[in-house]
Design a protein. Sequence first.
Length: 492
Amino acid sequence: MVKLAHVVGALLAAALFAGDTFAADFYVVAGAAAGGDGSAARPFAQLAGAEAASAAGDRIYVSAKSSWDVLAGPITLKPNQKLLGVSPSGQAPRYEAEQPQITSSVVDDAIYDRPYANGRYRPTTGIVTLARGVEVSGIHFVDMKGPALLAGDHDITGTRIHRNTFSGVMPKSKSLIYSIVLGGTVNVSDVQVTDNSFRDGATLGGITVQQKGQSVAEYYFQRNEFRDLGGRAYFIHSDDASRVTTTILDSNVNNIGVAPEQPVPGSGNDDSIIPYLTGSSQQRMLVKNFHFKNDKRVGGVSNTAMEVFIYGQRAEEDRNNWCRNCRADIEIQDSVFEHPATDGIQVANSGDGTVVNLAIRRTRIIGAAPRQTGGAVSIMAQGQGSTGGKLTLLIEESEIIGSKAFAVAVANGSAESVAVIDLGGGALGSKGHNVITGNVEGTFKLQAEKVTARNNWWGGVAPTVTLNGPGGAADMSSPLAAPPRAPSAPQK
């Protein structure tokens, strides 16, 4: 047990570590006596006290008398406020055990519109509601009954969320709960979520963006860690005519999804990254230095490592959400995807007039177990009943090794060819120099689309093509005589 006097001394020291001059500082200590005034000497015992007393631009320090003391939300931040966790020594927490804990006081079941597991996620409350220019750092959010951090359709431009931990979720949640929920109908930019840890929750997900209306949004995610979650790591949903730019750097993911004997509503489609498009929305996404692992081999038939999903041609009553003229420009660089439970990187295009451009560079896809389209890289170029789409796929200087089905599978259920696929020497300028070996059922499985794949290493054996109907073909000429040198390590 830490004496309150020690906590007070630490809080006085805490004002020094941030360094900036703010309008006022307020202090909240879990386990403090009731009736405090928010000063370091008489801290509030509840976050509600700090919310009521503080103004825009103020700084709120949070700490605890002991590791057994937990604060409860909610708190709604005002523009440019800082909500900062403080360790027992009065410094910014160096590791999880030093972070003060905050939990939910209000149950907010995750609310999904149709389609149930993938539609708009509309929670109404969070532990912390964000505002423009706020900072949240050094806090451990535990046993969530709804989102920990919620944008709530506010302009949160300039927000910084860093060095927090998110773990645990209410038992028997009716559907998935996401730790951080961003997005809305307003324009936002320069939102940075960095150096956070998300772990341990069969009904818990990491970060979701739910962008709507005519809004334009930019998000930056870096050095976040995700493990043992039933929900997605990064779920980026653009709806209506919104446009979203997302950068995902240096993130690690392990064990996303649940075992078949632990059914969780919504978890059957938990890809670690999914740009999910509805309406006439557009997305640009860069994924770089991303590492997906699946040490526990969890997940079902739809738990891809990464999927680009263009919604359409599903439930008739949901027709107004089908993609029409959606666009997704996705770049994957210098990443590793190990042992996904099904297809590794997948595109599923069921929209009309959709444009999808996917480039995969210097990336390794190892040990995929495809159960959908059938490849470690799987492309549904255009779904049955859809028309007017265009798709490009470029793969270069990458490795596709040990798929339990095919290396690359391309399907097209429509009546028109829509894809340009270049693994080397083709129209998109791919260098080739891919290593494609050890894929159990063969190299390519093609339906109605052609592939150019020159200048690659096939492991010293001839590559194969399996055709599913007419129109498919692959140019695999000019094979390399030896494995290519690995490309130089990326500069961070």
